[in-house]
Design a protein around this ligand. Structure first.
Ligand code: ADP
Length: 487
């Protein structure tokens, strides 16, 4: 954990739709938890405000208690709302629970209530809570389009009530989603939606596919925030949550000095999923070096951004090359889900491919630990955490770099790049075609089989790479300091 302590301390409240591990869908959840914990360990006071989704398992929350009830506005009514406080991974979380249907679905997203309106309600309910409890943090850090209306509500409404101290920082993790919103929907949170229908406010005329008459919550958030962070800051991973030496989900622990546990994790996964196993010699639990089958894993939301055609192609190629591959993924689109279900039916009884169509935190930890290679074939990837987690768990990566500026290009360097031997930690490819992927896979498999010593050396090296928040939390603190108001 960080030993850096800041001298100029402040109170930071994150307002977010996701938080790992209790309400995580993708990287957003990891980033919020990791940054909050890093700020906390530097000495700041940190709270996370989260909708009290019905799907949150209460066992994962410590010291959960009701702190107050209040009313928050929605569409002409004041909705009785409860605020709870609890601790998750040592971080204080304030859960907002409206008494209406909002957030009462089976999953974090995709319930039968109106999602956009639910987050508009939540954005206001968080400010309303600060107002009624007299809570004035220096920084309100909002994330993604879901909380995009909060800066508008703050500067055009709550600032005229009793909130004066907070300044707003917005982080955009993924521009693909921008919160398209009708004027009358925005009006439901108590602002006059028609007032925001200009490009100076919440209309974004440049977004491809965006209906120019619609408001864009993310655009509004950008205009109304004091600072906007858009991948200027590389994310980190929470190294307490992602630590192969202590990870409770792993059947055997390991680290760069004692790597044997990783082989055992691979064996457990192969056995557990009915894949052909490498024989483990009974004496020392080290797999027989003569049966070397590289295991490739891909853990991802199954959406076009993540390179779906390359994932399906990789299944074919890995099988041809005599390797094994496991995909752990969740699709939100029915057609994509159908396609992967078909592939699962085709492969899941064979000896080498498994396609697991679900979200599982536990399995994701086991798979990162078991993997020889983590495949991240994203079309674009502003930061990407999967490759960082893969490295920490000793898996060598294959990553396409479509946009050299993306986070993947900043964290993964090719093994065959002679000019950069020091940094080498993966197999990078630039094209988005199947040939480019083949080239990377073929090279990785050849390395794995022909140069085992070199491979093992790299595995140990990448496990020691510091992708923790220690490196980057300080950049966020600087941003907070640049906008905060000193009393
Ligand atoms: P994104 O935020 O675009 O989804 P990132 O690479 O930044 O991509 O973060 C993805 C995070 O979500 C990683 O922690 C990854 O392990 C996790 N994840 C993605 N899909 C699943 C799944 N089906 N089951 C468990 N964890 C998943």
């Amino acid at each position: 954990e960080s030993t850096v302590k800041d001298s100029d301390l402040m109170h930071i409240i994150h307002v977010t739709a996701e938080m790992a591990p209790i309400a995580k869908v993708g990287g957003l959840g990891d980033v919020v938890t990791g940054l909050a914990r890093a700020s906390l360990s530097r000495g700041h006071t940190v709270d996370i405000m989260l909708p009290f989704y019905k799907c949150i398992s209460k066992q994962q929350i410590n010291e959960l208690e009701l702190i107050n009830t209040y009313d928050s506005y929605h569409d002409g009514n004041w909705i009785p709302t409860s605020a709870y406080r609890g601790a998750v991974s040592g971080i204080s979380v304030i859960f907002i629970e409206p008494s209406n249907e909002f957030f009462k679905g089976e999953h974090v997203y995709g319930g039968s209530y109106n999602e956009l309106e639910a987050y508009l309600f939540f954005s206001r309910a968080c400010l309303e809570w600060m107002q009624v409890t007299g809570t004035q943090p220096e920084i309100i850090h909002v994330h993604e389009w879901q909380i995009g209306a909060l800066p508008l509500l703050y500067w055009d409404m709550y600032r005229y009530l009793s909130l004066t101290k907070p300044r707003i920082v917005l982080t955009i993790h993924n521009m693909e989603h921008y919160g398209e919103c009708r004027q009358e929907q925005l009006s439901k949170c108590g602002l006059d939606g028609s007032m925001y229908a200009t490009t100076e406010k919440a209309v974004d005329d440049r977004t491809i596919g965006h209906n120019p008459e619609r408001l864009c919550l993310l655009k509004g958030g950008i205009v109304y925030s004091n600072a906007v962070v858009y991948y200027g800051v590389l994310n980190g991973i929470d190294t307490a949550m992602w630590n192969p030496a202590t990870d409770v989900f792993l059947p055997a622990k390991f680290d760069a000095q004692k790597i044997e546990g990783k082989k055992l994790c691979k064996y457990y996964i192969q056995k557990g999923l009915g894949l052909a196993t490498e024989s483990i010699t009974s004496s020392n639990h080290v797999p027989d070096a003569t049966v070397k089958v590289p295991l490739v894993v891909c853990i991802t939301r199954l959406v076009p951004q993540k390179g779906l055609h390359l994932i399906t192609h990789a299944l074919k190629r890995v099988e041809e090359l005599g390797g094994q591959m496991i995909v752990l993924g969740k699709a939100s689109d029915g057609r994509v889900e159908g396609e992967f279900k078909r592939l699962a039916d085709l492969h899941n009884r064979g000896p080498s491919i498994r396609i697991l169509l679900m979200y599982s935190e536990e399995l994701s930890h086991m798979l990162y630990a078991a993997a020889d290679m983590v495949l991240v074939p994203s079309m674009y990837e502003p930061c990407g955490l999967s490759q960082m987690i893969g490295m920490r768990y000793g898996s060598i990566l294959k990553v396409p770099v479509v946009r050299k500026t993306g986070g993947l290009a900043d964290t993964v360097f090719d093994m065959d790049d002679q000019s950069n031997r020091e940094m080498a930690n993966g197999f990078v490819f630039e094209g988005i075609d199947e040939g480019s992927l083949n080239w990377a896979l073929d090279r990785a498999f050849a390395y794995y089989k022909d140069k085992p010593d070199e491979w093992n050396g790299i595995v140990k090296k990448i496990m020691k790479i510091d992708n923790s928040w220690n490196n980057t939390a300080g950049k966020y603190i600087e941003i907070y300091n640049s906008v905060r108001v000193r009393s």
